[in-house]
Design a protein around this ligand. Structure first.
Ligand code: HEC
Length: 229
């Protein structure tokens, strides 16, 4: 589920290019949300292929000819859709292949995220021995109490697959089972970035990229201040 690459076939790429050129102005590319036009995910299951191809080429003509679905759509109050008379069968095969594959991708990402995989599923935080923090109050070693709090906070952070973000100011060095690991905050502290070498368990549930991201949620690492033990 993490390795979502089979979708990147030639047909997917061609369909994507055609969709971006012709359809994206009105139909949301994630295929799961309404934009100025309906969401297209699952459309090949709701409509006949012949109807779909005719409608994409000439929706207005179908409405004028009294096609019952075209009339129903118009009655729902949608604005007019452009006609694309020049799209070939092959073009439309690619477009609708892309539509359904992209929809599947979007839905998969939701399940992975909703699966509630967290930092604690991948890293054995019981083996966290010490931690150093650099945030806007400087560089300091965390007290034992702070380490316990950090363990709780980190363990709950949700894994965000297929993601990437710019790294920001805060960073941490964690000594886990005698090995040094680094954590950086990304996008104004909304995420943390870690190298996958920090992972010691459930590796098969991870995507293959070197850098992994977790959502910080309510946690603000600037709330950690130097304490005297
Ligand atoms: C200018 C905006 C616009 C563009 C561009 C556009 N559409 Fe649409 N599309 C709509 C609207 C609005 C509807 C709602 C029904 C209607 O009004 O025809 C719609 C409806 C559809 C439907 C029928 C949905 C259903 O529930 O049966 C399909 C299929 C569709 N569009 C495919 C495409 C494809 C494929 C492209 C690109 C080749 C495309 N559309 C480009 C606006 C657009």
């Amino acid at each position: 589920m993490i390795n979502q690459k089979p979708q990147q076939s030639e047909s997917f790429e061609k369909g994507k290019a055609l969709f971006e050129k012709n359809c994206v102005a009105c139909h949301y590319i994630g295929m799961d949300k309404i934009a100025t036009a309906p969401a297209l995910g699952g459309i090949t299951k709701r409509r006949d292929k012949e109807w779909l191809y005719d409608y994409t080429r000439n929706s207005i003509g179908m409405f004028k000819n009294g096609d019952s679905i075209a009339i129903e759509l118009r009655n729902q109050g949608w604005a007019l859709m452009n006609s694309f008379p020049n799209l070939t069968d092959k073009n439309l095969d690619n477009i609708y292949h892309f539509v359904e594959m992209q929809f599947e991708l979007t839905e998969n990402e939701k399940t992975v995220t909703n699966n509630d995989l967290t930092f604690g599923d991948f890293v054995d935080l019981e083996k966290l021995d010490s931690a150093e923090m650099i945030n806007n109050s400087g560089r300091f070693k965390l007290s034992n109490k702070q380490i316990e709090k950090l363990k709780d906070e980190l363990s709950e952070m949700a894994y965000v697959p297929n993601f990437s973000a710019k790294v920001g100011a805060i960073s941490m060095t964690l000594l886990i089972d005698g090995k040094k690991n680094y954590i950086s905050s990304a996008t104004h502290g909304d995420y943390i970035e870690v190298h996958r070498s920090i992972v010691t368990q459930n590796t098969s549930l991870l995507e293959t990229s070197d850098w992994l991201y977790f959502k910080t949620g309510e946690v603000n690492f600037d709330n950690y201040k130097k304490e005297n033990e």
